[in-house]
Design a protein around this ligand. Structure first.
Ligand SMILES: [Zn+2]
Length: 248
């Protein structure tokens, strides 16, 4: 079972009840997690971190001190890290999950993939992707392609509620893509009702997320009008990312 706990202005912290343990993914803030766990009288078993940014790890130390549970992540910048992970599979509470190294937003960024759930932090967003802070466009594009190759039914659990603004950009890139228009209506309805737009499905990302559509003619044409140096997927991706960085 999956629970989304809103934090700050637009973050989500995920709780994953695996039946064998309860995982907390990217606790940027301890307070809303503690209040949820105490209210439901739940005991978490592990903390999973996708990357070291404060809005993903700010609550780790408090939660780790309170519950004494292991902290999983990649690299050296995750606070209280107990289990340093690299690409491959890892067992948590006796459950195997896949760790995917997906650098670009940061160099220590990883994704966790278990059953049909993908926790991809700030790399793949619903209808968008994260900014490139530490990597380069080719690296980020390769990371997104790695995620895009997972099964279409995969549920994309990203860490921010950016979907509406991402879809405004998607509509600027592909004004004639019906999957974008339909998704805008669906997401607008969810947000009006106070519901999260997440998780999304990978299938709908492939149909409407321009950053996963760098080989589509419509996306290539739009990117070429916005500075793409050639029609290669990496050049198209780089131009889209730069365009989005300055998109209103
Ligand atoms: Zn981040």
């Amino acid at each position: 079972m999956l629970t989304l706990i809103p934090a700050f202005t637009d973050n989500y912290i995920y709780l994953v009840d695996t039946q064998r343990g309860l995982w907390i993914v990217d606790p940027g803030d301890a307070a809303p997690v503690l209040s949820y766990l105490e209210d439901k009288q739940l005991q978490p078993s592990a903390i999973l971190c996708t990357h070291h940014h404060g809005d993903h790890v700010g609550g780790v130390a408090t939660l780790q001190a309170r519950y004494g549970i292991p902290v999983y992540g990649h690299g050296t910048r995750i606070p209280c890290l107990t289990h340093a992970l690299t690409e491959g599979s890892v067992a948590i509470d006796g459950i195997r999950l896949e760790v995917l190294e997906i650098p670009g937003h940061t160099l220590d960024h990883i994704a966790f993939y278990w059953e049909d759930l993908l926790f991809c932090g700030d790399t793949l967003f619903a209808a968008g992707c994260g900014r490139i802070f530490e990597g380069n466009p080719a690296m980020m594009f390769a990371s997104l392609q790695k995620l895009a190759s997972l099964p279409k039914e995969t549920r994309v659990c990203c860490a921010h509620e950016y979907t509406q603004s991402n879809l405004r950009f998607a509509a600027a890139v592909e004004p004639h893509n019906p999957a974008v228009t339909e998704r805008q209506q669906k997401v607008d309805g969810l947000r009006r009702a106070g519901q999260p737009s997440l998780p999304s499905h990978l299938g709908e990302e492939l149909a409407s997320n321009p950053f996963l559509r760098c080989q589509q003619e419509s996306v290539i044409a739009a990117a070429c009008e916005h500075g793409a140096t050639d029609r290669s997927p990496t050049a198209v991706f780089a131009a889209l990312r730069q365009w989005k960085d300055h998109f209103p």
